[in-house]
Design a protein around this ligand. Structure first.
Ligand SMILES: Cc1cc2nc3c(=O)[nH]c(=O)nc-3n(C[C@H](O)[C@H](O)[C@H](O)COP(=O)(O)OP(=O)(O)OC[C@H]3O[C@@H](n4cnc5c(N)ncnc54)[C@H](O)[C@@H]3O)c2cc1C
Length: 385
C-alpha cells in the first residue's frame, strides 16, 4: 500500500478537489488543498446542479456523504419543461413535483454542495489564499509549487482540480480552453417564490429550456426560491462585450435583452422583466472532446481542468466528483502512486470522452433550427426509457 505520508497537493477547492480530499482523508492520507480564493464566501458559487446516480451520487457514497446529501437535496428540482418561443410546452416531466424520492438526478445548490464538502474535510488541510502561479517538475518526479502569495511547496503528487483555466494543465498538455461559440447572460429573479407566483407557476420547481431562433432561455428554480436564468446565444466571441448591453445597469440591460427576445411570448419575457438580482455575462469555454495526455510522473488533472465542457449535459460537477472518487480509489488500492495515477487517467479518459461528446451534441442541438422540437425528440428517445 502507498505510503500514507506521501505529500499530495490538490489545487482547487471546487467539488472535484474537495471530494478527493475527503476520500483520501477518510483513508488516512493527509492531502493539502491549496485554494486561490481567500475564503468560502469570497465568490458567488453559482446555480443548482443535478447529481446523477452513476457520477455525483456515486462519489458521495465513496466519500461517506450520501445520507447527508439525501437529506438536503431537492428531488422536486428535477422537473423539466421544454418550450418554444411561443411558450408551448413540447415536453414536460414533472413526475417528481411531490418530492417523491424516486428520481435519479436530484438537485442541490452548488453553494450547499460546496459547504457540505468543505465541512467534511479537516479544516487545517485547506490553505485559502494560495493561488498557484505555476509548478516546476523536479528530477526525482516531485513538483515545486509556486503561489502568488510567495509561498512554495514541494510535493510527491500534485492534482490539478483548478478548473477551466488550470495552471497545471500546461505541464501535461498543449491544449487550452477555447470559446465554444455560446455566450450567456445570467439574470436572477430573487425570492421568485414569494414575489412572482405567476412565473413560478409557469417555471415549476425545476428547469425550463425555452429554445428558438438559435437562442434560449434556460431557467432553473434554486433552493433559496430564486430563479436563475441563463439567456443563451450562439454568437461570436466578441459579441458578449460589443452588443451594447450595459451589464452595470440592470434596468438598461433588461431593455436591451428584451429587444433580443422581441417576438418571444410575453410569458417567457417575464423572466427578463422580473429580473431583480445580479447579472453576469458568461462565455462558455471547452476543451477538445476526448482531451487526453501522455502520463507524467507526479502530476495529474481532474474535473474541468482535465475535460472542460459546456453545461449542456449537466455533467461538469458530476464528472469532477467522479474523477475524484476514481483517483482516490486508485491511490488507496495501489502500492505505487504513479501506477495508481496512470490507471485513473486511462479510465477517466474513456468515460470523459463519451460524456464530452454527448455534451457537444446537446450544445449543437440547443442552437439549431427547431431546437425545442429536436430536444423533445431527444428527451423522449434517449433520456426516457
Ligand atoms: C453556466 C453553467 C452551468 C453549469 N451547470 C451545471 C450543472 O447543472 N451540472 C453540472 O454537473 N455541472 C454544471 N456546470 C459545470 C460545473 O460547474 C463545473 O464543471 C464544476 O464546477 C467543475 O468542478 P471542478 O472542481 O473541476 O472545478 P471548479 O468548480 O471550477 O473549482 C476549481 C477551484 O479551483 C480554484 N482555483 C482556480 N485556479 C486556481 C489556482 N491557480 N490556484 C488555486 N486555486 C485555484 C477555484 O477558485 C475553484 O474553487 C455548469 C457550468 C456553467 C458555467
Amino acid at each position: 500500500m502507498i505510503n500514507k505520508n506521501k505529500r499530495i497537493a490538490i489545487i482547487g477547492a471546487g467539488p472535484g478537489g474537495l471530494t478527493l480530499a475527503r476520500i483520501l482523508q477518510q483513508a488516512g492520507f493527509n492531502p493539502v488543498v491549496f485554494e486561490g480564493e481567500t475564503s468560502a464566501t469570497q465568490r458567488e458559487q453559482g446555480g443548482t446542479l443535478d447529481l446523477t446516480e452513476d457520477m455525483g451520487q456515486k462519489a458521495l457514497r465513496a466519500a461517506g456523504l450520501f445520507d447527508q446529501f439525501k437529506a438536503i437535496c431537492r428531488y422536486e428540482g428535477e422537473a423539466l419543461k421544454v418550450m418554444n418561443k411561443s411558450a408551448d410546452v413540447l415536453y414536460e416531466d414533472c413526475s417528481n413535483e411531490n418530492a417523491e424520492q424516486t428520481t435519479s438526478r436530484p438537485e442541490i445548490d452548488r453553494k450547499v454542495l460546496r459547504q457540505m464538502l468543505l465541512d467534511s474535510v479537516n479544516q487545517e488541510a485547506i490553505k485559502w489564499g494560495h493561488k498557484l502561479l505555476y509548478a516546476t517538475p523536479l528530477e526525482n518526479g516531485q513538483h515545486k509549487l509556486h503561489f502568488e502569495n510567495g509561498a512554495t511547496e514541494t510535493v510527491d503528487l500534485v492534482v490539478g482540480a483548478d478548473g477551466a483555466f488550470s495552471k497545471l494543465r500546461p505541464l501535461v498538455s498543449k491544449e487550452t480552453a477555447e470559446y465554444s461559440g455560446v455566450s450567456m447572460v445570467e439574470i436572477n429573479i430573487l425570492d421568485a417564490k414569494n414575489q412572482f407566483p405567476d412565473i413560478v407557476e409557469m417555471n415549476g420547481l425545476g428547469s425550463v429550456f425555452a429554445l428558438d431562433d438559435y437562442k434560449g432561455m434556460l431557467a432553473q428554480m434554486n433552493g433559496d426560491g430564486k430563479i436563475r436564468v441563463y439567456l443563451s446565444f450562439k454568437a461570436p466571441k466578441e459579441w458578449l462585450h460589443n452588443n451594447g448591453i450595459n451589464y452595470e445597469n440592470l434596468k438598461e440591460a433588461k431593455q436591451e435583452l428584451l429587444k433580443l427576445f422581441e417576438d418571444w411570448s410575453p410569458e417567457l419575457k417575464k423572466y427578463i422583466h422580473y429580473a431583480n438580482g445580479a447579472i453576469f455575462p458568461r462565455r462558455i469555454y471547452m476543451l477538445p472532446v476526448g482531451h487526453k495526455w501522455t502520463h507524467k510522473k507526479g502530476v495529474t488533472l481532474l474535473g474541468d481542468a482535465a475535460h472542460l465542457m459546456s453545461p449542456f449535459a449537466g455533467a461538469g460537477a458530476n464528472l469532477a466528483m467522479l474523477d475524484a472518487s476514481e483517483l482516490a480509489l486508485s491511490i488507496t488500492t495501489h502500492d505505487n502512486i504513479d501506477e495508481a495515477v496512470y490507471n485513473y487517467e486511462l479510465k477517466m479518459f474513456e468515460y470523459a470522452a463519451e460524456i464530452a461528446s454527448e455534451t457537444k451534441r446537446n450544445m449543437d442541438l440547443f442552437f439549431e433550427i427547431n431546437a425545442a422540437e429536436k430536444l423533445t425528440e431527444l428527451m423522449k428517445t434517449h433520456y426516457v426509457e
